[in-house]
Write a protein that binds this ligand. Structure first.
Ligand code: WT7
Length: 651
């Protein structure tokens, strides 16, 4: 099935001649990307577009810039200064709008606040904030002064936060006291305090007062004399474990955001960064128990995200772009925050969940705020599909001009529902394939090409991809193989933080001379790519990446558990769900209670996104002779599929 949406705007798009533009772009990628980079501002131009020393690519070498220079500074002396940069809608429906000028002032104030605490270029800052304007302001402020942010999704547990703070050796943590999440209140500061319990190196915690003195949290107060964080109705879990020894460290470490920024100037100069300097670290799950810190740079990253958003979503000056992700994931970094601002448009953020206060909220917001471009995940579409067409049909969604999808393969049924009901069979869906590591869209349609529901179309301009076997040879058409990228791209990650070995092993040594994505795919007779999912031990739950090993170690940390193996199973809404096979220690009696305890344990260790759907107590697990659990065998058995080659199986 080939769908050609009839939208007039898109018929005029310059991307109409995809094949020719693509051919030109890969004939000389350096000229191609160099020309795009010149559309942005640089303090100093580069000497070399690309320095490729396998497996490291360095883009715009010798150039100096700063993402914030292009996201904010460049607009201040133009008409864009008074345009809305950010519309934020809270869970209770009130909104806040920031023009570019106002956003810049907030960013400067917070940047100056960070500086007043001694934060310098290169320092690491962990941002653990919910979907509130301060989350974006903090990110921009870090980059502005050359500090490196590591945003941790607010749904992660204290334990997951702790690991990420420690790996990055963060000097400052920015968080909120608590925040509303549907009908619940999440007490996020408690997680931070727990995460920092044994931390000797952090210097400050900056706390946004998202909720005024709720009873749950107790009323937080900063004692000005000692600058200490005090609780008036102290719930027990808030008390320092050992007040005497903690006193020194507690002193003046906790600061309210509003008190810090109040006294700050609204002007702050933007740090001049080398194009290849680190802008941020973002942790993502891999195949070992430890998440990887993916590093992105200022120069190439901004060029890649600027141009992909502009092209794929056909960006026009009056666009209001809504990506429903959270800035805690790469989608949020690239396409909620940086790319929309670099393109000078309005970005839209809704604090709440897709079903709060009711399941029509997204459609209501699109109608009310006249969203023009809407970017979401298949899991959300599948969840909303369950409520039928009525809730969508009630709303006038005519402001929409392009739709997008990301995070996991979109099944044709969900694609068509999205196209018919949200896209009124007229506007195209951009199914964008990319990763935390790639930073930008890699395989994606561009406006006005023919679409096949469920296919991510073909590689974007300047990107060379293929589907190969384990030797690196192209597989025949319509045969499944490994998705690889053959040449560097500008938003390519710099490295894995503190772990260059892992960078090489995971991405560049499985198949030589190419980037190994970890996904399987097929290419059809028209050259369209069909992404089939991960080929490593990464599970995609509602589009979020979770490593099997990470989940298993959460199970095994329970003293009653001897061993665990975790697999992903197809799930109607979530894409994949988590099933765990658990061997209990000798003498432990299996029970439903114990299952509940284990579910809770995993939630505590990783976060609610990692909640296992099924736990099965077993006596044995299939292993290789060297003792490695063969998850592939478990999965095949579970799904009733052929088990495949088991010659290495021990028993
Ligand atoms: C993995 C990367 C990139 C932003 C969100 C996820 C899967 C992503 C698609 C798509 C099929 C997709 C892949 C990829 N994925 N987009 N359009 N079609 N699969 O970022 O957490 O780094 O995950 O998400 O499996 O490897 P991430």
């Amino acid at each position: 099935m080939l769908i050609n949406p009839k939208s007039v705007i898109l018929e005029n798009s310059y991307t109409k001649d995809y094949e020719k533009l693509y051919k030109d772009s890969i004939e000389n990628p350096e000229t191609f990307w160099g020309n795009i980079a010149r559309e942005l501002l640089w303090f100093k131009p580069w000497n070399k577009v690309l320095d490729w020393q396998y497996p490291y690519a360095r883009w715009f070498v010798g150039g100096q810039t700063n993402i914030v220079y292009n996201a904010l500074d460049r607009w201040l002396k133009t008409d864009v200064a008074d345009k809305t940069a950010l519309i934020w809608v809270s869970q209770d429906g009130t909104d806040e709008k920031y023009t570019y000028k106002q956003l810049n002032e907030e960013v400067c104030k917070f940047a100056n606040g960070l500086k007043s605490l001694g934060v310098r270029k290169g320092d690491k800052i962990t941002i653990y904030l919910p979907r509130i304007p301060e989350q974006l302001i903090a990110m921009l402020a870090c980059l502005k002064i050359g500090a490196v942010h590591s945003v941790v999704y607010s749904g992660f547990s204290a334990e997951a936060l702790k690991n990420r703070i420690e790996d990055a050796q963060a000097k400052v943590v920015v968080c909120s006291n608590a925040y509303p999440y549907g009908k619940k209140t999440v007490e996020s500061l408690k997680n931070v305090q727990q995460a920092l319990k044994d931390n000797k190196t952090f210097e400050n915690v900056i706390v946004v007062e998202r909720i005024k003195q709720t009873l749950d949290v107790g009323s937080l107060k900063i004692d000005k004399e000692v600058g200490d964080l005090k609780l008036e109705n102290q719930p027990s879990s808030f008390q320092p474990q050992n007040p005497a020894s903690n006193f020194q460290r507690q002193t003046s470490k906790y600061i309210w955001w509003h008190e810090l920024v109040n006294k700050q100037d609204t002007i702050c100069s933007t740090e001049i960064m080398e194009a290849t300097d680190t802008a941020f670290i973002l942790y993502t799950s891999g195949t070992t128990g430890k998440p990887k810190g993916i590093i992105h740079a200022h120069g190439g990253y901004q060029v890649g995200i600027y141009y992909t958003l502009k092209t794929v979503f056909d960006i026009q000056p009056d666009d209001i772009f809504w990506s429903t992700a959270d800035a805690g994931w790469i989608t949020g970094h690239s396409y909620i925050l940086y790319a929309p601002l670099i393109n000078g448009i309005t970005t839209f953020v809704y604090e709440g969940t897709p079903d709060y206060p009711d399941i029509e909220i997204w459609w209501k917001l699109i109608e009310k705020y006249k969203i023009t471009k809407f970017y979401t995940a298949p899991t959300a579409i599948r969840a909303l599909m369950k409520f039928g067409e009525e809730p969508v049909k009630k709303h006038n969604l005519y402001s929409l001009k392009i739709l997008g999808s990301v995070g996991e393969p979109i099944n044709p049924e969900a694609w068509l529902w999205y196209f018919r009901n949200v896209g009124r069979e007229q506007i195209p869906i951009m199914d964008t394939w990319w990763q935390t590591e790639t930073g930008m869209f890699m395989i994606t349609p561009v406006p006005s090409v023919g679409l096949k529901p469920g296919s991510a179309f073909k590689p974007f301009f300047g990107i060379e991809a293929d589907v190969v076997d384990d030797k690196g040879n192209k597989v025949p058409l319509n045969k499944q193989g490994y998705l690889i990228i053959k040449k560097p791209w500008p938003a390519m990650f710099l490295d894995v933080y503190n772990n260059p070995e892992r960078y090489k092993e995971t991405y560049f040594e499985k198949i030589s001379n190419v980037y190994f994505t970890g996904d399987s795919a097929k290419i059809d007779e028209d050259g369209y790519y069909w992404i089939m999912g991960r080929n490593d031990d990464v599970i995609k739950v509602s589009g979020h990446r979770l490593g099997s090993a990470e989940l298993e170690s959460a199970f095994v940390s329970n003293p009653k558990v001897a061993e665990a193996a975790v697999i992903g199973k197809p799930h109607e809404v979530k894409g994949e769900s988590i099933k765990a096979f658990v061997i209990l220690k000798h003498g432990v009696v299996p029970s439903e209670e114990l299952k509940k305890e284990l579910v809770l344990q995993v939630r505590m260790q990783i976060g609610p996104i990692a909640t296992p759907d099924e736990i099965e107590f077993v006596e044995k697990l299939p292993k290789t002779r060297s003792g490695k659990i063969m998850r592939r065998v478990l999965k095949a058995q579970e799904l009733g599929q052929p088990v495949g080659d088991v010659s290495t199986l021990e028993d």
